[in-house]
Design a protein around this ligand. Structure first.
Ligand code: DGJ
Length: 693
């Protein structure tokens, strides 16, 4: 019998195999005592059965195999180059075991195949990262390869994952466990708006801040497949991997991206805590000591209508409100006057910018702001010099359906990689660009893992030669948000919806997966361009202030009242951004679904801010008390409403938080909760607490 145990600070994972075959995950959850007998644990996990089909319950191993008589979804699907199915029978070969790494190698001599499962434990973040690799003596076609398969909890009724769409990402959906397969797959060749690669399996008793649940995230930007299967015997398995059949050529080595998993005994918030800290500390390359600057992005102000004098005026106004980085979005390069031309021609448009970008950039710098530039390198417009010169550089057929009038470049071609590297680098050399908004606005004509690997290579090359340049991952908003791209990017553009109401919801859901520091959020135009809604400046500004703040409206549209208000919220954000990056964050559930609230508490628990978003009209005539989280119960806090004057309300009460700073204990705030003012929908209450002297 073989067994292996890996621990993080609060979790244990145990694998075992009885007979040199691929092992099973027999335990993953809260940390087990150091002296737990793994032999007894294995004994206690043996399965009885009552059917007449096989003389043993076939193992649900980390690579379920046909050759082990497993009748559910298999862990890999391989064919030889003649199309013949290969059914491996893997036998233990070797192991690498150290404190936080386990690598197990299995071979099938007859087929010339090697399977390597790797698990890394990130102790302090309570994350395990799992990946799988198959090597072959002869070229093979890899149709499907799962990361080491997780035998999932049988004490859960449902699964949480996400649908979504352009402008409406992160739509939470609940799916009951029933016999059969629940499959999620992005076949667009990108992570996609509709298939965020995350899954949560809550136990029956799990709530926001209590109970056990299991979280999964697959870190790959080329589209994934997730299989959650309940077998007829009641066991459940979770598989994650690259989209099926996205390896288009035979090869001798194939590997999955990493699957990040975390168990929480503190409800959904524990999952959020683990994933956020892991992303911030181990994935995103951004120094803790650096401040996130307030962005100004000109897209929704001018679209393709670039004019240097007007842009200078906009920059001055944005700076006056508090912007620190000016981002020149789409429309600056040769011939780009609408969305239907010029992608690929990465030189500055001489009509719009007769003296290059320098006059604008110099102005931006003279104000004290830094400069960022938009690119969409992986794409080409049929109406472009690049396409005319290299029509064979595209992915897919010539007569394929265009997306936003554009085609996708095959960046796995060396000449395409070199061209893009040279073009982007040339601009980085000439102008003081400290930030790239890296866009990707159409789906691929077919899923292709090599395109994603090539993207990572290109990004790596650019980051290597310009390590100081930050990158934001944008794909028509949130179409490419995952922990794969976050190794190369420092920020994500969560959505193309700058509608603060929609954004409030998206931010609320995405909080379980993304640190606030990487989550871009901009104050959009007065009348929202994606919803037609008109929302108050107070609401728009505070929703942006929950994350990495920026502006995207035309500042010339602001009246003096809105301008002052935005300026003061921006000043507040700048004063608080540093501790907020490291804050403990909890979403605050309420029986009133019209409220979407969260608290951010500093590391020493002596300061906090609560954002209470009123999304729709409440079903109650009086607001329900809001229970806070994460405070020191014995600390007395001075609690006050920061933005009293901004609130639109039906409020009749002229007491409580509306008029006074209240001195309240953490205990009271977390157990009884505070009474909130009655506000109209699309209002944000901002409540601060400070340790009382
Ligand atoms: C889609 C992005 O999400 C927008 O923010 C903007 O950059 C446009 N592309 C530009 O074409």
């Amino acid at each position: 019998m073989k067994h292996w145990r890996l621990d993080t600070d609060n979790q244990t994972l145990v694998l075992s195999s009885l007979d040199n075959r691929v092992p099973c995950l027999i335990y993953w959850g809260q940390k087990l005592p150091g002296d737990e007998s793994l032999e007894d644990l294995i004994e206690a996990s043996k399965k009885d059965w009552g059917d007449n089909l096989l003389d043993k319950v076939p193992d649900l191993s980390i690579l379920p195999e046909q050759s082990a008589n497993f009748t559910g979804q298999l862990g890999c699907k391989i064919r030889d180059i003649n199309g013949q199915i290969l059914s491996p029978h893997f036998i233990f070969q070797s192991e690498v075991v150290n404190n936080n790494l386990l690598a197990l190698t299995y071979i099938d001599k007859a087929l010339g195949l090697t399977y390597i499962a790797s698990i890394t434990a990130y102790s302090s973040n309570d994350i395990f990262a799992l990946s799988a690799k198959i090597e072959s003596d002869n070229p093979i076609n890899m149709e499907w390869l799962s990361t080491p398969v997780i035998a999932a909890s049988q004490s859960s009724n449902e699964m949480i994952d996400y649908g979504g769409q352009w402008g409406g990402e992160f739509r939470k959906q609940l799916t009951p466990w029933v016999t059969g397969v629940h499959m999620r797959e992005s076949r667009s060749g990108t992570t996609s708006h509709a298939n965020f690669p995350g899954l949560i399996i809550p136990s029956k008793a799990c709530s926001e801040n209590l109970g056990s649940c299991y979280g999964f995230h697959y870190g790959w930007s080329g589209g994934h497949r997730m299989i959650a299967e309940q077998l007829p015997d009641g066991r459940r398995q979770i598989q994650f991997g690259n989209t099926e059949n996205s390896e288009l050529s035979p090869g001798k080595s194939f590997e999955t991206a990493e699957l990040f998993i975390s168990h929480s005994s503190e409800g959904l918030s524990g999952i959020g805590k683990a994933f956020r800290s892991h992303v911030a500390e181990s994935i995103v390359n951004f120094s803790k000591d650096k401040l996130r600057p307030v962005h100004y992005n000109c897209w929704e102000a001018i679209y393709f209508d670039h004019n240097v004098d007007q842009l200078k005026e906009i920059a001055s106004l944005a700076f006056d409100i508090g912007a620190e980085r000016f981002v020149l979005d789409d429309g600056w390069f040769k011939g780009r006057h609408n969305a239907h031309s010029s992608l690929g021609d990465w030189t500055v448009d001489e009509i719009k910018y007769p003296h290059g970008l320098s006059p604008l950039v110099n102005h931006i710098q003279s104000l004290g702001m830094t400069f960022g530039l938009w690119f969409e390198p992986e794409m080409v417009s049929p109406d472009s010099d690049l396409y005319r010169q290299h029509p064979n550089w595209i992915m897919g057929d010539e007569d394929q359906l265009l997306g936003r009038g554009q085609l996708v470049l095959d960046i796995s071609l060396k000449e395409v990689q070199d061209y893009l590297f040279e073009r982007v680098s040339a601009l980085l050399e000439v102008y003081p660009i400290e930030y790239i908004k890296w866009d990707h606005n159409r789906v691929l004509p077919y899923p292709d893992a090599s395109q994603t690997r090539s993207l990572y290579l290109l990004l790596n090359r650019i980051r290597d030669s310009h390590p100081e340049v930050e990158i934001e991952s944008c794909s028509s908003g949130g179409g490419r948000i995952d922990y794969g791209i976050l190794r190369y990017a420092q920020r994500v553009w969560l959505s193309d919806s700058n509608d603060a109401l929609e954004r409030l919801r998206i931010q609320h859901e995405a909080l379980l997966w993304l640190p606030i520091s990487v989550t871009g959020s901009h104050v959009g135009p007065k009348i929202c361009h994606t919803s037609g809604r008109e929302l108050s400046m107070s609401f728009r500004a505070w929703v942006a202030a929950q994350r990495h703040m920026g502006f995207e409206m035309d500042p010339r549209e602001l009246n003096s009242q809105d301008k002052d208000l935005l300026k003061s919220v921006t000043t507040w954000w700048k004063a608080n951004r540093q501790w907020m990056v490291e804050a403990s964050i909890f979403r605050l559930p309420s029986i009133d679904e019209s409220v979407m609230a969260e608290i951010q508490v500093n590391a020493s628990l002596d300061h906090f801010v609560v954002f209470v978003g009123q999304s729709i009209s409440s079903k109650f005539s009086s607001p329900t008390p809001l229970l806070l989280e994460g405070l020191n119960p014995m600390t007395m806090y001075n609690v006050s409403l920061v933005n009293k004057k901004e609130i639109n309300s039906l409020s009749k009460l002229e007491e409580g938080l509306l008029t006074k700073t209240l001195k309240l204990s953490g205990q009271f705030l977390m157990t009884q909760g505070i009474q909130l003012p009655k506000v109209f929908p699309a209002n944000m209450l901002v409540i601060e607490g400070d340790i009382a002297a």
